[in-house]
Design a protein around this ligand. Structure first.
Ligand code: SAM
Length: 212
């Protein structure tokens, strides 16, 4: 998702109480950020954040961090966040390639990837959030039983991921080519993109990966 740059978005994010500032200084200290020992789940590329805010409202016993690299996109999420009374969610404006410098080993229980940018050209494959390089980043921050959950409507990216994830040394534990008509879809929380693409009749693909 690329929004036109919104003037003042960086300043608004810098002053927001819902954003983790200086995230690199929080490595190993995330329990203090939330003030409790609850497990932490993150969404990489949260966009406007509907999915992760809804999860946070359903699961007060879990802590959530939404990650988005574009300030103008994150700003939209912050505007919605301000209307909610939640104390188990924060956002960060960073590129996910830096996650291993932000979370210590075992600090994250689950990584959600929803409708990640497909980067269709081969020469950009490393930028896909399910590439071997990114799986190696998640490997450095997840608990030993931690999982990666990935949803998309892009068949090429999904099929690429079904190959890249095992190549990175992970097991694809479950997957479906039609989430909304499968058992894996029970309790599914929709994202903005999911709502849009499924309303156009596109099937939604999902996989869950864990370490071998
Ligand atoms: N997850 C949302 C949804 O399903 O509605 C948004 C999907 S949007 C297509 C993908 C988002 O991921 C964009 O907002 C993009 O800026 C963000 N993104 C892509 N690569 C990223 C990275 N390396 N680090 C952080 N955010 C990233």
């Amino acid at each position: 998702m690329r929004l036109r740059h919104i003037p003042g978005s960086e300043e608004e994010i810098a002053g927001s109480p819902y954003v983790v500032h200086s995230p690199f200084e929080k490595k190993g200290c995330w329990k203090e950020v939330f003030g409790n020992e609850n497990p932490i789940e993150i969404e990489v590329g949260m966009g406007k954040g509907r999915f992760i805010m809804e999860l946070a409202a359903i699961h007060p016993e879990i802590n959530y961090v939404g990650i988005e690299r574009y300030p103008s996109v994150l700003l939209r999420g912050l505007q919605k966040r301000a209307l909610l009374e939640l104390d188990n969610i924060f956002f960060m404006c960073v590129d996910a390639k830096n996650l291993a410098d932000i979370f210590a080993p075992g600090e994250v229980q689950k990584v959600y990837l929803n409708f990640s940018d497909p980067w269709p050209k081969d020469r950009h494959a490393k930028r896909r959030l399910t590439s071997e390089d990114f799986m190696a980043v998640y490997d450095q921050i997840l608990t030993t039983d931690g999982t990666v959950e990935f949803k998309t409507d892009n068949k090429d990216l999904f099929e690429y991921s079904l190959e890249s994830i095992p190549r990175a040394g992970w097991l694809v534990k479950e997957f479906t080519y039609d989430l909304h008509h499968s058992q894996m879809g029970e309790g599914n929380v929709m994202t903005e993109y999911e709502e849009k693409f499924s309303s156009q009749g596109n099937p939604i693909y999902k996989l869950i990966a864990e370490r071998k």
